[in-house]
Design a protein around this ligand. Structure first.
Ligand SMILES: Nc1ncnc2c1ncn2[C@@H]1O[C@H](COP(=O)(O)OP(=O)(O)O)[C@@H](O)[C@H]1O
Ligand SMILES: [Mg+2]
Length: 392
């Protein structure tokens, strides 16, 4: 049932409106207002689904009354009624500024009027959509994470894939991993997923929609979704395939459906990497202490993230392959980058090689290994920083 408030600028007009709508069983008239102040008062008190507000009301005019009613009861859809001949772009603008959802003329036919009332009353049904919960509950806000690192082979894919699996275990069905470069062990290999359509194929469509994006994702048996990179060496920065508008659309769609979007992305894709970083809540910078170039390039990468105004607490430095064989020490790194690492992941060639050969990520295949526990801890650190909710 739609509750409706009607108003009139001349005696008898409200009754005419009521008669017009009399046949519509789903509309119930809950109030009559005879001047502008009364419109605002009754709307504030009764919070009807729809208020039909004549533009030319005695006392306070309909536009002012509409503005107050819309403020006092935001869930009420206000509709401005104009006498025929009064329609003009200016009255449309005034109605819009006052917060009206529609503008109609008093001579509108009964069935059309009922249709408009139903339509504007239906606007609040967006509260029923799952996304409404996302925007109204901070504990459900989508989180975008980039895992990057200044060199190939530094451990980005290992950490991105395993971290995505950890998040998936904690937030089933709410995690998608997006990879950009399928070199070395790519995520689909690490997860033993078949070769299939992915980010490059999706880029060839003129327009994206949630179903199309979903049809390009692969589902791992643990429930994690993956948008795969092309196997042949990845996406060249200047290939023009992956444009910023495409990425904006893609990320927009993924964020509507998935709580966590994890990117496995090198920093060298120029505009593409910069754009993704700018959209991330967290950037995990993977480094290691195995060569001086890695330390130097990590320092440059961190400086460029600072230049991008990424808040330092959102950038997590992770030292991968830590252990005795490193020729450089943690303090060498700290001296260069001027910050402590957020996590250290130990070197474990046997476990990572086994995981790659089996196509089972370490957090699933060797959950007790030190490397798995290091990555789990990293995922927990991030989850612990999110707004607290019952699902943590
Ligand atoms: N902590 C680790 N201990 C031992 N080997 C590792 C570790 N992390 C990654 N590796 C290995 O290093 C190689 C490169 O890792 P990868 O995650 O593919 O790096 P990237 O994605 O940065 O190119 C892989 O063979 C992987 O198994
Ligand atoms: Mg990789």
């Amino acid at each position: 049932m739609i509750s409706l408030l009607i108003s009139e600028n001349q005696p008898g007009q409200a009754q005419q409106l009521a008669d017009k709508l009399g046949d519509s069983e789903e509309i119930e008239i809950v109030g009559y207002a005879r001047d502008g102040l009364e419109v605002a008062q009754i709307t504030a008190q009764l919070r009807p689904d729809v208020a039909l507000i004549h533009a030319d009301l005695p006392g306070m005019n309909g536009f002012e009354a509409c503005q107050m009613a819309a403020m006092a009861s935001p869930e009420t859809a206000c509709v401005i009624l104009l006498d025929s001949g009064q329609e003009s772009p200016e009255s449309q603008r005034r109605a819009m500024r006052a917060g009206a959802r529609a503008v109609i003329v008093t001579t509108t036919a009964a069935d059309k009027l009922a249709e408009i009332v139903r339509e504007v009353a239906g606007l609040k049904e967006c509260k029923q959509q799952s996304e409404y919960e996302l925007i109204s509950d901070p504990t459900k806000m989508p989180v975008t994470i980039a895992v990057t690192g200044a060199k190939g082979g530094i451990g980005k894919t290992t950490i991105a894939t395993n971290m995505a699996v950890c998040l998936q275990q904690q937030f089933p069905g709410q995690v998608v991993l997006v990879e950009f470069i399928g070199q070395y062990g790519d995520a689909t290999l690490m997860l033993d997923l078949p070769q299939s359509r992915g980010i490059a194929e999706l880029a060839s469509y003129d327009e994206l929609d949630p179903d199309l994006v979903e049809s390009h994702l692969q589902r791992h048996s643990c429930g994690l979704k993956v948008l795969a990179a092309p196997r042949s060496g990845g996406i060249a920065p200047d290939s023009g395939d992956i444009t910023i508008p495409y990425l904006a659309d893609l990320l927009g769609i993924l964020r509507r459906s998935y709580r966590f979007v994890v990117f496995d992305i090198p920093p060298l894709l120029e505009a593409v990497s910069t754009y993704i970083f700018s959209r991330c809540n967290y950037i995990i910078v993977v480094t290691y202490l195995l060569d001086l170039a890695a330390i130097r390039d990590t320092t440059t990468l961190l400086a460029s993230l600072t230049d991008m105004k990424m808040p330092p607490e959102r950038v997590k430095l992770v030292v991968n392959r830590s252990g005795n064989s490193s020729p450089f020490s943690l303090s060498d790194l700290q001296q260069a980058v001027k910050r402590p690492p957020a996590a250290q992941i130990p070197e474990d060639v046997a476990t990572t090689t086994g995981a790659l050969n089996e196509g089972v990520p370490v957090v699933l295949g060797a959950p007790r290994s030190a490397i798995a526990s290091g990555i789990r801890k990293l995922a927990r650190t991030i989850v612990a920083e999110l707004p607290q909710g019952a699902d943590r």
